[in-house]
Design a binder for this molecule. Sequence first.
Ligand code: XMP
Length: 327
Amino acid sequence: TWTMVNIVEEQVEAIRAQVGETGRAICGLSGGVDSAVAAALVQRAIGDRLTCVFVDHGLLRKGEAEQVERDFVAATGVSLHVVDAQRRFLDALAGVSDPEEKRKTIGREFIRVFEAAEAEVLGDAAEAGEKVAFLVQGTLYPDVVESGGGAGTHNIKSHHNVGGLPDDLEFELVEPLRTLFKDEVRLVGEQLGLPAEIVWRHPFPGPGLGIRIIGEVTADRLAILREADAIAREELTAAGLDRDIWQMPVVLLADVRSVGVQGDGRTYGHPVVLRPVTSEDAMTADWARLPYEVMERISTRITNEVAEVNRVTVDITSKPPGTIEWE
Ligand code: XMP
C-alpha cells in the first residue's frame, strides 16, 4: 500500500543518514518477524555493510531454521553468518528439567554464542580495515513506550569476553521499527517481500521448544515435538484460523506415559497438549474454542503420524490463572 511504501522509503533514508556512507552494522535474527523486518530494512539501506547473525540453537520449530537460512536470504540478499549451536545447547540442557533453570541455561548459552559470532564478524571486518559500529534491533513502539524510552538513539555497551576486542567497544543502536505497531511491521515485511511464514508467524518464545517439553530436553524429544507441532500448525492454517488464534503452543509431556492401543498392539506413549489461545497482548488470554473438526484432524494426524504420541489433549485454561506457555 501507499503508506507502507512511504514507511519503507522513510526508514531506508533514516538508516542511511544514521549509518553513513561507510558504517557497518550487525543484526541478530531469531526467526521472528521483528528482527527479520528490521534486518530487511537495514539491508535495503546499506546492503552488504550489514551482516546478520543467526544462532541455530536447535529449539526452533520444523522448517524455521531453513526459513531464515534459505528463504529470508533469498528474499533479501542479506549477508548471513550462521552458527550451528545445536549440540552445544543440548549439552548445556542435559539433566535440566526445572523451567527457570532451563530458561537461564538457554539465555546464558545464547549470549555466549551470539557474542562469539559477533566477535568473529567484527574480526573479519577489522581485518578488512572496517569498523562495525551499529547494532540493529527490532524494537517496536509498544516496547519503547513500556520501557519509558525517549526519542533518539542511545549507546549500549556490549560485554565482550571473547578475545581480541577493545573493552570499550560501543555499538550504536539502529531501531527502524521504533515507531511501528506489530500489524504495521507485518505490512512492512510484506512490502519488503519477506516470506509469509516469517511475516505472519505467531509469537514464539526465545527459549523455543525448550520450554514446551515438560521434562529434560533431548534430541529425541525435540524431534517428536517438532513433528506434532508441525501437524498442528498445518491444520490450523488449512482451517484458515491463523489470524483468529493468537498462538497455539503444542506441549510435550515427556515424562508422562499412558497406555493406548493401535491396530492390534498396545502402545505406551506420550501425551501432547494443544494450547490454543486468543489474546490482545499476551498479558491475559482466553482458551480458544477451536472447531471440533479441526481438533479431530489434528488429533488423528498426530497419533497416526508421530509414533511416540498416543494421546492429544486440549488445555482449556485461561490466563490467568494459567500462563500461555507451560513453563
Ligand atoms: P506466558 O507464558 O507468560 O507468555 O503467558 C506470554 C507471551 O510471551 C511469550 N513468551 C516469551 N517470549 N521469550 C520470548 O520472547 C520468552 O522467554 C518467552 N516466554 C514466553 C509467550 O509465547 C506468549 O506469547
